[in-house]
Design a protein. Structure first.
Ligand code: SF4
Length: 75
């Protein structure tokens, strides 16, 4: 799983950082920044998916990974 964060959409709700603090950090105003390069290993997928689904403005986007890369990326 690979994600990206569209900071132009982020409205500072902070929900993502609550669900997956290892992937999202919040600035002083509560706006999120993606931690790392967006690669999410299988073991963190549930927490990051929860953050993605709960973001009220859909600022967290799952990137499409070519089928040939799925095995290498761990799904
Ligand atoms: S949940 Fe969405 S709106 Fe809230 S801080 Fe995270 S990315 Fe921004």
């Amino acid at each position: 799983m690979k994600i990206r964060l569209d900071r132009t959409l982020c409205d500072g709700f902070g929900i993502c950082a609550r669900h997956a603090p290892g992937y999202f950090s919040l600035d002083d105003w509560g706006y999120a920044t993606l931690v790392g390069n967006g690669d999410v290993p299988q073991e963190d997928r549930a927490a990051v998916t929860r953050a993605l689904l709960d973001c009220p403005v859909h600022a967290i986007i799952e990137m499409c990974v070519p089928a040939s890369d799925v095995t290498a990326a761990g799904g």
